[in-house]
Design a protein around this ligand. Structure first.
Ligand code: IVH
Length: 670
């Protein structure tokens, strides 16, 4: 099968599985047998193993958190497991309280049971005559999965309760979760502790669940004949008495202001907790009032979850490391105590550059606010000076490259008349280890050679094994040696070989970009490629020291020219490109050979009307002409715009070169 067909087939299978999940869990009417379901699931997993390019958010390999499993028997909850409505700010809280007063038609003195909202998986445990008889996951709130045996492996869950006050028949509900320290050992397999807890609970074999240390904290009840207990806080105390773990931070508060203050403090300190908390739950403490208030369709009127920000969190800097980028830029990165920001555990935050550290006076040990919004890399937005240790010292930015020990500099920008905020290693070639690795990672990246199967991690591994030192080594890999490495099978090696071979055919502009010359991004690479047409031509410009000619290109300025010059001053860079051009099939930009202007050379001087230089140049090239940048015998026409350079016009006249106005030139083209 071809890649496209494989992708199509895989998508079809994923959609099939999605439909069956829906039929089973939402409609309770499965159309296939469990055996057939498992077969489809296995087929998807096998395809992913075989073809590393297959990925889907709905794959059973990634959706441990929510994909309902067919490994368990379904079980209807005696009392529905509802969810909570959310509050994000004080206005939402005031509104929540106002609605309560309106509903009760009374402005009562309320008391709230305040409980940390642990970000785990809720479970309902049925106890009859003191024995834990069935345990169920939340499922869709009405029906869950019976996971009794898995829950029994959790040491926080008592199997037998002998306390005489313990109700004869009760559902105890609470959160199953994994501690951050335990998650740390599993972080390669799951995005966050919640997914890890979910994955562990859903293991078919309880022995597997036992391998991942799960915890349980109790906070409410389902089915329960209430008698003596009058308040939620009393219920929490009873839970403790009966032998359940409850949250040590549970408390009772009275006013919205108290709630807000506690929330602020908790949000600020949560990174130091042993487990992930994504907000606080406020419940009207009186069970009688709870009963009066009742429920809306999905949630109780008497409780609300006050969420923490999903795009920022406080944490503490444990260390500051300096990373070296492909252009030698030194980027400081803060290692922080892991904190869950909107479902992603963040343990690193960029500090951008040396100036940023100085401006914010960021130090190791500081408590900082970290933002992670959208796809932006997590970064430090402020330092909480109140939390700073008096003995802390300013962070000293290294003056030498931490990778190769070379001198580092801050460049002076002639335009802004300021020193650059970024400090750089002066070693822009392949003599600096970290720079080299980053250059190779850039070379294989999506916009560059786009070598699937050779990800960043693989580059690092191959570097450590000395399999690659320069980009051209990629095309001389020892596949036999690779197939013997751990984690590499015949299939993954043949996939790698396939994508490397495929990448050999590359357009000239992409190739120019892939080299990773500073200031030569995708757009500039295109401009240079359009101007020089082929790698041979381009290298001739370099060899003949004619890089200044690129100033004729609209969009290319001194910054780019200087960067190109600096790059090629290092002779090894030139050699690397030559080697690559002999190994690769670099596609020239197509030149039209039968246009009206064939064999005619042009040059411009002065400003053109209604047309940029780039457009004028393209127009000439589309008609098979060429544009040069100096007046010499090879030049056929000098095109004069507004305010031409007198010297150029003079030279042209002396050499007998035809001089055209813009209009005359356009007439040549009709
Ligand atoms: S009470 C009807 N209390 O939050 C009230 N829930 O969206 C039901 N949670 O599924 C829940 N800590 O997984 C309650 N102290 C707490 C909680 C808590 C975490 C979770 C639970 C539930 C979700 C509600």
């Amino acid at each position: 099968m071809k890649e496209l067909e494989i992708r199509k087939y895989y998508k079809k299978k994923i959609n099939e599985l999605k439909n069956h999940n829906k039929l089973y869990f939402e409609k309770s009417s499965p159309k296939i047998s469990d055996g057939q379901y498992d077969k489809t699931k296995q087929e998807i997993l096998d395809l992913e193993k075989k073809y590393s390019f297959l990925k889907s958010d709905s794959s059973p390999s990634t959706t441990l958190g929510y994909t309902p499993s067919k490994n368990f028997v379904k079980s209807k909850h005696r009392v529905k497991m509802l969810s909570l409505s959310n509050a994000f700010d004080i206005a939402d809280l005031k509104n929540f309280e106002k609605k309560i007063f309106n509903y009760l038609n009374d402005k009562i003195n309320v008391e709230y049971s305040v409980e940390p909202k642990i970000d785990g998986i809720s479970a309902s445990l049925t106890y009859k005559n003191g024995f834990f008889v069935t345990g169920t996951s939340r499922g869709d709130g009405t029906t869950g999965e019976e996971i009794t045996e898995n829950l029994k492996t959790i040491s926080d869950i008592p199997h037998k309760i002998i306390n005489k006050d313990f109700p004869k028949d009760i559902d105890i509900r609470g959160e199953v979760f994994i501690k951050k320290s335990d998650f740390n050992k599993l972080k390669n397999d799951f995005a966050n502790p919640r997914n890890a807890a979910s994955g562990s609970l859903r293991q078919k074999n309880p022995a597997e669940t036992k391998k991942i240390p799960l915890n349980f904290i109790a906070y409410t009840y389902g089915y329960f004949e209430m008698d003596k207990i009058k308040r939620q806080s009393d219920f929490l105390n009873s839970l403790k008495k009966w032998g359940f773990k409850t949250n040590q931070y549970n408390k009772v508060l009275k006013t919205i202001e108290d709630l807000e203050n506690f929330h602020k403090k908790f949000e600020h300190d949560r990174f130091d907790l042993e487990y992930d908390v994504d907000g606080l739950v406020y419940k009207i403490n009186s069970l009688e009032l709870q009963k009066r208030l009742g429920f809306t369709a999905n949630s109780p009127r008497w409780a609300i979850a006050h969420k923490f920000s999903a795009d920022s969190a406080y944490s503490q800097i444990t260390d500051i490391n300096i990373q070296v980028g492909r252009t030698g830029a030194l980027t400081p990165v803060a290692r922080i105590k892991p904190v869950n920001i909107g479902g992603v555990v963040v343990s690193n935050a960029t500090l951008h550059n040396e100036d940023e550290i100085i401006r914010k006076d960021i130090r190791i040990g500081d408590t900082v606010k970290v933002e992670r919004a959208g796809d932006v890399i997590p970064h430090v937005i402020l330092v909480d000076l109140k939390k700073r240790d008096k003995k802390s010292k300013k962070f000293l930015f290294p003056k030498n490259c931490p990778s190769c020990g070379s001198e580092t500099i801050k460049e002076f920008n002639k335009i802004t008349k300021k020193y650059d905020a970024v400090r750089r290693c002066i070693n822009e070639g392949y003599d600096c280890e970290k720079t080299s690795i980053e250059k190779i990672k850039h070379f294989i990246s999506k916009e560059a050679l786009n070598i699937d199967g050779l990800g960043k991690k693989v580059v690092e591994k191959f570097w450590d094994l000395k399999l690659i030192r320069f980009p051209y080594d990629i095309f001389n890999l020892d596949y036999i040696q690779i197939s013997k490495l751990e984690g590499w099978g015949d299939l993954s090696v043949s996939n790698l070989k396939y994508s490397i071979d495929k990448s050999k055919k590359v357009s000239f502009d992409r190739f120019l970009y892939s080299i990773g010359i500073r200031h030569i991004g995708i757009e500039n690479a295109k401009l240079l490629a359009e101007y020089t047409k082929s790698i041979t031509n381009f290298l001739n410009f370099v060899k003949n020291e004619k890089l200044n000619e690129f100033l004729n290109i609209d969009g290319i300025g001194e910054t780019q020219i200087n960067s190109l010059k600096k790059f090629f001053e290092n002779k090894s860079n030139y050699i690397i490109i030559e080697k690559l051009s002999s190994l690769l099939n670099i596609q020239d930009l197509k030149i039209n050979k039968d246009g009206k202007l064939l064999n005619n050379t042009f040059m411009f001087t002065g400003k053109l009307t209604n047309m940029s230089r780039a457009e004028a140049k393209s127009l000439i090239e589309e008609n098979s002409g060429s544009v040069v940048s100096s007046v010499n015998k090879k030049l056929k026409y000098l095109i004069i715009g507004e305010k031409p350079t007198t010297r150029k016009v003079q030279q042209a006249k002396e050499l007998g070169i035809k001089i055209l106005s813009q209009k005359e030139w356009l007439n040549l083209l009709d």
